[in-house]
Design a protein around this ligand. Sequence first.
Ligand code: HXC
Length: 510
Amino acid sequence: MKDVLIELERRRANARAGGGQKRTDAQHSKGKLTARERIEIFLDEGSFEEFDMFVEHRSTDFGMEKTRIAGDGVVTGWGTVNGRTVFVFAKDFTVFGGSLSEAHAEKVMKVQDMALKNRAPIIGFYDAGGARIQEGVAALGGYAEIFQRNVLASGVIPQISVIMGPCAGGDVYSPAITDFIFMVRDTSYMFVTGPDVVKTVTNESVTSEELGGASIHTTKSSIADGAYDNDVEALLQMRRLIDFLPASNTAALPEIEYQQSVTEPDFSLDRLVPENANKPYDVKELILKTIDEGDFFEIQESFARNIVTGFGRIEGRTVGFVANQPMVLAGVLDSDASRKAARFVRFCDCFNIPIVTFVDVPGFLPGTAQEYGGLIKHGAKLLFAYGEATVPKITIITRKAFGGAYDVMASKHLRGDMNYAWPSAQIAVMGAKGAVEIIFRKDIDDAEKIAAHTRMYEERFLSPFVAAERGYVDEVIMPHSTRLRVARALKLLQNKDLKNPWKKHDNIPL
Ligand code: HXC
């Protein structure tokens, strides 16, 4: 027996050594942790249980039979985050650059299957060069099997990808199917093919950072939902994210202890909206003052900053927030903002997370750039997402709710459950200037007349009361009571039961 135990320990130590000390040192010298170090930081101490530590590849091409390394470039298993089960896999860049062989794919597929069967989130730490070139179609097949599992798990369990090194091919396509992608600044890259291939095919000289660094994917392409300065910060933030998410689409929302009373009014909110309707204010202040202890996990913070999306909690339970941001482009809805918010609303709806929407939007952004870029279709995504969502929807119009954007932003007509307005709300087809120029076109020959028409329009339409008279706004509320009103509404809606007509799936305008 003793000999077997020694053999087990020898094999374990061998597997834990991955691609060897030299490659581990190289990994550390780039500021990156190893696969096992990442898992250790992410999971609760001592909770990791590893699977398939001794799996090796079966390839014999290109002399590969001489280089078999236990684990084959990926560490898989499960553990807990603050006591809740999570399945994990971490690509080991020290072993064939973390590239995917048939055997490596089988390991990933096993944890994907287990996560789905046991209804728990799955998170992948990526640091890998895609399909193992020496394995050819066996590796391609392995990826497709993984993609298929990503698709089937979508909307059933949360799937999270963290990009922590150079990633190419299948190691960017699988993340792209998951719910969230996060990156590490300066050490992680995502591209379908790397700079060398780009140079060969298009003769374009580009660095890894310019092609697919965190700076590109969090601001330009919107592939990544956030970025962190180093591995440790990214891993700790992922623990925070897991705390916000239910284990599956049938699991209850996690309940976290909270200290801040909901009955305490916050009078500073009565002064948040400036007197001058064209002056901006920071809607994040409103979000932070509405949620428990100001604990907000923002999604896509650096992309389409004219809309804010993210998770907070009210009375300990997760809520998704969508808010127009008057500080950026006056909070206008454009293609990017619509896509960003639509995807977030759909995530919340998949996982039964109630949505609170703060509205201050002057409309959709006009112009050829937007129209040529498909604003109609992108705007429709957000309209569609809100319209199909059956989770509790609470909307608060703080200031402008103009035109089509009024309809889109979780209006009563899109089955908003509780639609509140602050006294400063202005709900109309458009602002006073545009309206007067159109409806009084024949009668605006002098400044006095324009001023009179503008005053009349503002008094009649630029208030919450026309909408409230029709019941499109359930109540006009005091800004200082927002947290309490939202908390009460969420309680009321806890047993909301609404189903869409049966369908195979919808056909959202992609
Ligand atoms: C086998 C690979 C590999 C791969 C890297 N390595 N990628 N081995 N198959 N795909 C090995 C290297 O040979 C090297 O081995 C070690 O990993 C580290 O790689 P380096 O190139 O030295 O590292 P770095 O300079 O940091 O560059 C990392 C990289 C680059 C950007 C990932 O290696 C690269 O471009 N790899 C190829 C990417 C690719 O085109 N993959 C196929 C995608 S197709 P040694 O022994 O020297 O340490 C695909 C199909 C899926 O994935 C389908 C999608 C729809």
